[in-house]
Write a protein that binds this ligand. Structure first.
Ligand SMILES: Cc1cc2nc3c(=O)[nH]c(=O)nc-3n(C[C@H](O)[C@H](O)[C@H](O)COP(=O)(O)OP(=O)(O)OC[C@H]3O[C@@H](n4cnc5c(N)ncnc54)[C@H](O)[C@@H]3O)c2cc1C
Length: 388
């Protein structure tokens, strides 16, 4: 294995492998010497990603399941809607890792190393990355390893919640799920801990991914997530906790208005480390695709990953995220009331475009009109005037 490369990608997860896949699509970049480092083998299905898009994406061949209808449930609201022109798509982590590994196998300029990255630093020539299996250099490093220095520092004055969840693929003996509909949010669960909902993605009448999700400052004790799923299965589907569990996953994603560093010399943070989780929803897969596509475009045009300026459109969505985070974190209104107001009064396509930071000004105004002004107007003014 050489010790010097054009690009080192640290972390072979969603962002690292999305970037690699996109580099290999480009005739002018696919011959670059690339080293991809991860401490894990990435041979297990450690997570599932869902996102929505209207066309076909780079990872279309590995979409595991897709839904055309979403259901939203809150006290006194139960709405199922077609999401055309979007589809809600699911990709399994293991399919994603295998797909990118097998695609890159034919490129002998791409090297994978299973190692723990210890340090990285800028040098006059580029970057140096120290691992437990050696020291490597490159012109650019694309880093998806979240280091403490990348997260909001202690005393951060802005908003910060964890989106945390436990998901289980449950197999029942009796047919109880409607495989046509994905339940995007079901708020008819206890809100005792803060904004809390269930997320149910059925594959067949007998199998579904059921995920207990919270937007709160503190995580729960591990057994609380299991108990909540058991209660939900019993109450909503009459299934006792002897159901079979085919897969389990746990996640915690930062939801914050903190501005993650875009580039430090020749080190470019990508993925969660690069602030690609949407502040008010925690969705990241779609934004990671956009970030890695922008990096590749910049490499093609300028020969380097130029620091992207923040567009007016991005500033607008950052502000919206901040206002919503303020409402949720300060508990100015229960989260389920906020989302119920939005889902009752807007078309699904408008909501999904809004959540993907792609809505027009007219659609933004529609969404704003649908939320309680007595709460959101002061929150909007507060976030515009004060740092927090
Ligand atoms: C269980 C789960 C489900 C999720 N579901 C969704 C979803 O449905 N939709 C959505 O939009 N987002 C979802 N997310 C959020 C987000 O899309 C994922 O977290 C995504 O994997 C982030 O990509 P990433 O590349 O930033 O981080 P990761 O995919 O976590 O990749 C980082 C990599 O760095 C490696 N690494 C860490 N430290 C070191 C080290 N010191 N040395 C070497 N390697 C190291 C890790 O092994 C890992 O492979 C989910 C997150 C989780 C945890």
């Amino acid at each position: 294995m050489p010790s010097s490369f054009d690009y080192i990608i640290t972390g072979a997860g969603c962002a690292g492998l999305s970037l690699l896949m996109r580099l290999l699509q480009e005739p002018n970049l696919q011959q670059k010497k690339i080293l991809v480092i991860d401490k894990n083998t990435k041979k297990s299905n450690d997570r599932t990603w869902c996102f929505w898009e209207s066309g076909t994406g780079l990872f279309e061949p590995i979409v595991h399941h897709r839904w055309q209808q979403l259901r939203f449930v809150a006290p006194e609201t139960d709405r199922t809607f077609s999401i055309a022109p979007f589809q809600y798509k699911m990709i399994r982590g293991i399919d994603f890792y295998d797909y990118v590994h097998s695609h890159s196998a034919s490129y002998n300029n791409v090297h994978f190393l299973q190692a723990t990255v210890k340090h990285w630093r800028n040098t006059a020539q580029g970057v140096v990355v120290e691992t437990d299996k050696g020291v490597f250099s490159a012109t650019f490093m694309f880093n998806s390893i979240v280091h403490a220095t990348q997260l909001p520092p202690p005393g951060f004055k802005g908003y910060f919640l964890w989106q945390h969840f436990k998901g289980k693929i449950i197999q029942t003996t009796t047919p109880v799920f409607d495989a046509e509909k994905a339940t995007f949010m079901d708020f008819t669960v206890s809100q005792h801990n803060g904004t809390t909902f269930m997320y149910v993605l059925p594959f067949t009448a007998n199998t579904a991914l059921v995920e207990y999700t919270l937007f709160t400052e503190q995580l729960l004790a591990p057994e609380s997530y299991d108990a909540a799923i058991d209660d939900y299965m019993l109450e909503k589907y009459g299934i006792d906790p002897t159901y079979e569990v085919l897969h389990e996953e746990f996640g915690k994603i930062p939801m914050t208005n903190y501005h993650f560093q875009a580039r430090d010399g020749n080190i470019i943070p990508i993925g969660i480390a690069g602030g690609q989780a949407k502040g008010s929803s925690g969705y990241a897969f779609y934004f990671i695709q956009q970030q890695t596509e922008a990096i590749v475009n910049s490499l093609l045009v300028f020969g380097e990953p130029k620091k992207q300026g923040i567009t007016l459109q991005q500033q607008k969505f950052r502000w919206f995220d901040k206002v919503l985070l303020r409402v949720l974190q300060e508990q100015l209104l229960p989260g389920h009331e906020v989302f119920a107001a939005i889902f009752k009064q807007n078309t699904p396509a408008t909501i999904l475009r809004f959540l993907n930071n792609e809505s027009s000004l007219r659609e933004d105004l529609q969404i704003m009109r649908s939320v309680p002004m007595r709460v959101f107007l002061p929150a909007a003014l507060h976030t515009a005037l004060f740092r927090k």
